[in-house]
Design a protein around this ligand. Structure first.
Ligand code: ADP
Ligand code: MG
Length: 686
């Protein structure tokens, strides 16, 4: 139990190590991203109620927001004609009495008994000529204890079921008094950037004297958040480079051109550049740790194939992991085509695969393709010289940690189609080397995209039917996103099923299928198979189904409730159609409840670069929208804004300077102490 003065180490302990927070509460807190004591301390209020105006009843004016202090002199419960109950109190101070009313809170009768000294805060109202407070914030006055809910600027927090702002305040206040007075940032740095002391910043984040103090608190804590992120990645990078030497996999020019010439197409210059970057990484004994970012269709698979080719040339094992069985299967097919001439023996490892029965098959293989099921095959992974993770954000933190814990370190390549703005990537993945495939293969065309207003929907449906019947187009219809989550909830599936029934009525002449994540793998495969063979005209899917799914036949995509997605996500979605470079079309349907402005969505009609769209997202909607909230594990910034590029750059320079001045930070013992705790806990991507 943490009850004494807190240390930096304590801050990283689970919240449940605090008194009065049990496992059930800890579970609830997870919903608002509070896992550790530090998370609780850094849970920022979204606003403050100004209850600092303490008045007497005689001076209180109707309409004022005030705090009054006095005694309960009368209490009673009144039933009403509806099921509502009223709790009525008379409240008296030295200057007079007023009425206090609450609804449906019978327990208050035993809390606010006659004679109780209380502090009340709220807006003075007048009802039928009587002055009073309705449902005011209340707290019982205790000698020598500061007021937490009234009498000053009172923080209001993002809440969740069972965790109210009042509850948060009652847990935070004692915690704030346990903070140590030491400051992790060196004095000189604080002075240079005009930052207030750490302890003061945390106190003022929750209980500021005034608004300007609240801003100073945020400025300080945002600075900390980013500089520690930078320091962490810079040190992790150093650490990585000291890891036990892995096998170098150098390739000669001849070998590289052997690979390049064997391909059925000419590489783009971006692909050439990335291949050279990877070739350079692989030629060294320091394990590669590279993140490859490229739009859907930018040709990442051939880069993966190249990395596996290097392993093949050295008779080593290469492993590639995809987020779903379907994708793993597609990779296996593609890699077979590209790498067969070089002696590839490919085995698939998915949860349903037969390798458990025929383990020797995987032992003979020199390339393993699979899903996260591979993570449980530590013995196999142990032999890998190269591991590739495709669409990384779909993998959980724990899964990445499993990869990280291998005894010998393979060369690692992580591939993502999630367009992350460069500045953000450099911050979040500062410990990784970054490659960008920022050029699409020639001839690759994006679907022509339209935002379809409500009144044009019937036309759009007619047009689709026409295209299907006359041009044999095949259609994806993406159902509305109900909750931002990568996991499909039952609610989501129900909504999709309802929409599916509805669409069957709209398109009585066409054949439709519904694909969602809860279907059995066999059913999914069958549905996709039917669609790829042209037996189904329209495939209705939930929004989160199968990231990166490649169905070359599809040429039309209709996205419902498009405004609920980030631009980058929409861009990723539309990238799945027109893969044969046939004419393709993406129709964005804003939902009925969408605000009338379609300006944001209209960007998709003209902008073709995923990264530019991500930048626009960041500016227009904030970082949370880049991935959807459930992936916020990647965006664990609580105070600083990822769109604050100047601060990101400033703190990066500051971090580099500190490390330059004192490479292992011995000159900054407190900073080092805090950082060590963070590094111990660090589970960063790869
Ligand atoms: P990603 O995984 O980045 O979404 P893929 O690797 O699946 O993209 O490539 C998309 C399509 O483009 C594939 O059919 C692939 O064969 C093709 N492709 C990749 N690179 C080139 C290129 N340089 N020229 C022509 N086609 C290419
Ligand atoms: Mg891909």
């Amino acid at each position: 139990m943490v009850t004494n003065r807190l240390t930096f180490e304590d801050l990283e302990k689970p919240v449940a190590s605090l008194p009065l927070i049990g496992p059930a509460t800890a579970k609830r807190l997870e919903k608002i991203n509070i896992f550790t004591i530090a998370d609780l301390l850094l849970h920022p209020p979204h606003r403050y109620h100004d209850f600092s105006h303490i008045v007497t009843i005689a001076t209180a004016k109707v309409g004022d927001t005030v705090t009054i202090q006095g005694e309960i002199t009368k209490s009673l419960m009144l039933p009403t004609r509806s099921r509502v109950t009223l709790q009525k109190f008379t409240f008296t101070d030295t200057t007079g009495s007023i009425d206090i009313t609450y609804f449906n809170q019978p327990y208050l009768l035993s809390t606010l008994r006659r004679g109780t000294e209380v502090s009340l805060a709220g807006v003075i109202e007048s009802h039928r000529g009587k002055v009073g407070l309705v449902s005011p914030e209340y707290e019982i006055i205790k000698p020598n204890q500061p007021l937490l809910h009234t009498g000053r600027l009172i923080p209001q927090y993002p809440e969740t079921k069972g965790v109210s702002s009042k509850w948060l305040r009652s847990r935070l206040a004692p915690l704030l008094s346990l903070l140590p007075s030491i400051d992790p940032l060196p004095e000189t740095l604080r002075q240079k950037h005009e930052l207030i002391p750490w302890k003061e910043a945390l106190s003022s984040l929750h209980y500021p004297q005034n608004e300007s103090q609240a801003l100073k608190a945020r400025a300080r804590l945002a600075f900390d958040e980013l500089i520690f992120l930078h320091l962490k990645s810079l040190l992790l990078k150093k650490r990585w480079q000291r890891r036990p030497a892995t096998t170098a996999l150098p390739l000669t020019d001849t070998e590289v051109s052997l690979f390049v010439k064997s391909l059925p197409f000419t590489l783009t210059s971006a692909q050439h550049r990335v291949i050279e970057e990877i070739r350079h990484d692989l030629s060294r004994v320091i394990p590669m740790n590279r993140l490859l970012e490229g739009d859907v269709g930018s040709g990442k698979t051939v880069i993966a194939a190249f990395s596996l080719f290097a392993a093949l040339r050295h008779q080593k094992l290469g492993v590639i992991m995809a987020p779903t069985q379907i994708l793993a299967h597609q990779h296996a097919q593609t890699l077979k085509e590209i790498l067969k001439p070089f002696g590839a023996r490919i085995a698939s490892v998915t949860s349903g695969s037969k390798l458990k029965v025929y383990p020797e098959r995987s032992r003979r293989a020199n390339i393993l393709v699979g899903t996260h099921a591979l993570l449980h095959r530590q013995l196999l992974l142990q032999r890998a010289a190269v591991t590739i993770v495709d669409e990384q954000h779909r993998f959980g933190v724990a899964q990445r940690a499993a990869l990280k814990n291998l005894k010998s370190t393979p060369h690692q390549l992580t591939m993502t189609a999630t367009p992350i703005p460069r500045t953000v990537a450099l911050t979040l993945y500062g410990n990784l080397d970054l490659s960008f495939l920022d050029e699409s293969p020639p001839g690759k065309r994006l679907p022509k995209t339209w935002v379809v207003p409500r009144f044009k929907r019937p036309n759009a449906y007619h047009w689709i039917e026409d295209r299907v019947l006359k041009h044999h187009d095949q259609v994806f219809i993406v159902c509305p996103l109900i909750e931002s989550s990568t996991k499909e909830s039952m609610l989501q599936i129900k909504a999709a099923t309802a929409e599916f029934q509805n669409l069957k009525k709209i398109f009585p002449q066409l054949s439709l299928d519904l694909l969602h994540g809860r279907l059995k793998a066999k059913e999914k495969t069958a549905i996709i198979h039917r669609f790829s063979r042209g037996l189904t005209h329209i495939l209705v899917t939930t929004p989160v189904v199968e990231v990166g799914l490649d169905i070359p036949a599809a040429s039309i995509m209709l996205i419902e409730a498009a405004e609920r997605f980030g631009l980058a996500s929409l861009h990723q979605l539309r990238g799945r159609i027109g893969r044969r470079n046939q004419d393709s079309f993406c129709l964005l349907f804003p939902s009925d409840s969408a605000p009338p402005t379609t300006h944001r969505l209209k960007l998709l009609e003209t902008e073709t670069s995923g990264m530019k769209l991500a930048e626009a997202d960041l500016k227009l909607r904030g970082p949370g929208e880049l991935y959807g909230t459930s992936q916020s594990g990647f965006f664990s910034l609580k105070i600083a804004a990822l769109s604050n590029t100047p601060l990101i750059k400033l703190t990066k320079t500051a971090a580099e300077k500190l490390l330059h001045h004192s490479p292992s930070l011995t000159k900054y013992p407190l900073l080092k102490q805090k950082l060590n705790v963070l590094l111990d806990q660090a589970v960063v991507p790869n």
